[in-house]
Design a protein around this ligand. Structure first.
Ligand code: DX5
Ligand code: ZN
Length: 220
């Protein structure tokens, strides 16, 4: 359905040199940059705001980079417009908080971005089943969101398989993304379970040979 795609997570970059860290993406011939937005409410950590995304967007070397913005916010509907205006190409929002998910997914598209719905490890696939025909991507978290460098949860593989099955049965073509502890050992498990889009923070930024890492993911 979709060729394997690597989305390096800026969270694992140098936060005092975010521009240079983000430019690692085009420097390796990659297209997606995963940007983690945290509000200290939905998750116990803080990261970047829309001004940071806008400043990255203005860098000439990132002109063609696809900004995959992962909103870990209690009230994502209040911020989608700001992150779209900042230059996001895609905005993904969690299913767990209480807000109008369908309306917000629609709003993201009306703002000219791709949309996506995200599930925490404890959230079953059934929680997003009714939204599958309205999304460009489903993100299955393979760690509890909030921090990079945590261990991958193999127990999420059946959830990926279920979403992949529904995708095929219903003739849908959303991307199936994984995020958290994804490396060259855990990524193939996700790929076998149906994932096609791989966020990697620590494993990519700390890789001795990032080019080889990117080439390996592309070969899955
Ligand atoms: C975690 C974030 C991830 C994070 C992944 O809350 O959503 O995108 O950057 O980091 P690694 O790949 O180090 O687990
Ligand atoms: Zn993320």
């Amino acid at each position: 359905l979709h060729a394997p795609l690597l989305a390096p997570s800026l969270l694992a970059g140098d936060h005092a040199a975010l521009g240079e860290s983000a430019e690692v993406v085009p420097a390796h011939g990659l297209h997606w940059l995963h940007v983690d937005i945290m509000d200290a409410h939905f998750v116990p950590n803080l990261t970047f705001g829309p001004e940071v995304v806008a400043a990255l967007r203005r860098r000439p070397a990132l002109k063609d980079t696809f900004f995959d913005t992962h909103l870990m916010l209690d009230e994502p509907h209040r911020y989608v417009e700001a992150f779209a205006q900042a230059g996001s190409d895609q905005i993904t929002i969690h299913i767990e908080p209480d807000y109008d998910h369908a309306a917000t997914l629609r709003q993201i598209r009306e703002l000219g971005c791709k949309n996506g719905i995200v599930l925490n490890p404890d959230t079953p696939a059934s929680a997003v089943e009714h939204l599958l025909d309205q999304v460009d991507l489903v993100l299955v978290m393979t760690v509890q969101p909030g921090f990079g460098g945590q261990s991958f949860r193999t127990a999420m593989m059946p959830k990926l398989e279920q979403l992949d099955t529904w995708r095929r049965e219903r003739g849908l073509n959303f991307r199936l993304q994984v995020d958290g502890g994804v490396d060259l050992k855990t990524g193939p498990l996700c790929h076998a379970a149906g994932a096609d889009t791989f966020v990697a923070g620590t494993a990519f930024f700390k890789a001795a040979d990032r080019a080889a890492f990117a080439a390996t993911v592309a070969s899955w």
